[in-house]
Design a protein around this ligand. Structure first.
Ligand SMILES: Nc1ncnc2c1ncn2[C@@H]1O[C@H](COP(=O)(O)OP(=O)(O)OP(=O)(O)O)[C@@H](O)[C@H]1O
Ligand SMILES: [Mg+2]
Length: 266
């Protein structure tokens, strides 16, 4: 196995990710879609009275979110902690519009996530939300660079340009020599870094990360935390991280505890 390069600083990584976005903005401008309703200048994310209940196969009700409210501003990184089963993953899915709440409102600036029509919600997610999942959802047969480039390709960035930016982002997190490997051949920690590069390559306004340090040793966990927090600062993005790691949470601006379906400051 060849040696993995040492990661560059988070700011260098954020810089190459920013370049990826600059490229995308140019592409968008070329198509006259750079301005208008899809250009967000993230100021305020407001979440009010969210409720979500699941039913067990036996028909029992599981009240996961029970009137949860909070707000966040662009440039803030927030850690959400809480016991296993408290509802952290459910909350992130609802915030990103992957799953509907039963009640409540979610507004990112003027965009009403909870009320958007499906096609507008899908477009909002693809342009403005970056997900880093507990289970990566990477495409195992595709290479690391193809996985990272995927969001740019979906947005019709030229293939060679998208791959170039993906390679740079991977190099910046110490995976330059793994770019052309199928992700199925990478370690869990390496895959998690690929998934993070993929989530940030389009410079989303809202980053939702579910246990991003789950598979990483503590030094890489800190690198990843630093990368996410630095990203939120540089791009005035809102980063929300669900984590069991106190070390990761300490990097964030605020820690909130999810318990009994509601959030409260740590
Ligand atoms: N689709 C579903 N149907 C029924 N119950 C569900 C569903 N999704 C989640 N749950 C239940 O909702 C509760 C919250 O689950 P969730 O995955 O959000 O917890 P979590 O805080 O992310 O836990 P962990 O720290 O283990 O990842 C759990 O009791 C889970 O079993
Ligand atoms: Mg979870």
């Amino acid at each position: 196995m060849s040696k993995v390069q040492s990661p560059k600083s988070a700011s260098e990584t954020a810089s190459s990710i920013r370049e990826g976005q600059d490229l995308q903005e140019k592409t968008d401008r070329g198509k006259s879609t750079g301005a208008g309703p899809w250009t967000l200048d993230v100021g305020l994310f407001e979440v009010t009275d969210l409720r979500k209940t699941f039913s067990s196969p036996a028909g029992e009700k599981i009240d996961v979110l029970r009137g949860l409210s909070f707000s966040a501003r662009g440039g803030e990184a927030i850690a959400i902690m809480g016991a296993s089963g408290a509802g952290k993953s459910t909350l992130l899915h609802v915030l990103g519009g992957l799953e509907a709440a039963d009640h409540g409102s979610i507004t990112l600036d003027k965009f009403e996530v909870d009320r958007a029509q499906p096609h507008k919600l899908a477009r909002f997610r693809s342009k403005h939300v970056g997900f880093v999942f507990q289970f990566h959802h990477l495409l195992a047969d595709f290479t690391a660079e193809e996985n990272v480039a995927m969001p740019l390709l979906i947005r019709r960035t030229a293939h060679a340009e998208a791959l170039k930016h993906a390679r740079q982002a991977l190099e910046d997190v110490g995976l330059g020599d793994r770019s052309a490997h199928p992700v199925g051949h990478l370690s869990g920690g390496e895959q998690q870094r690929v998934a993070t590069c993929r989530a940030l390559i389009t410079r989303p306004s809202l980053v939702l990360a579910d246990e991003p340090t789950g598979n990483l040793d503590s030094s890489f966990a800190e690198e990843l935390a630093e990368l996410l927090v630095s990203y939120s600062r540089r791009h005035q993005a809102i980063v929300i991280v669900a984590t069991h790691s106190q070390r990761m949470a300490q990097f964030c601006d605020r820690i909130m505890i999810l318990s009994e379906g509601r959030l409260s400051p740590a």
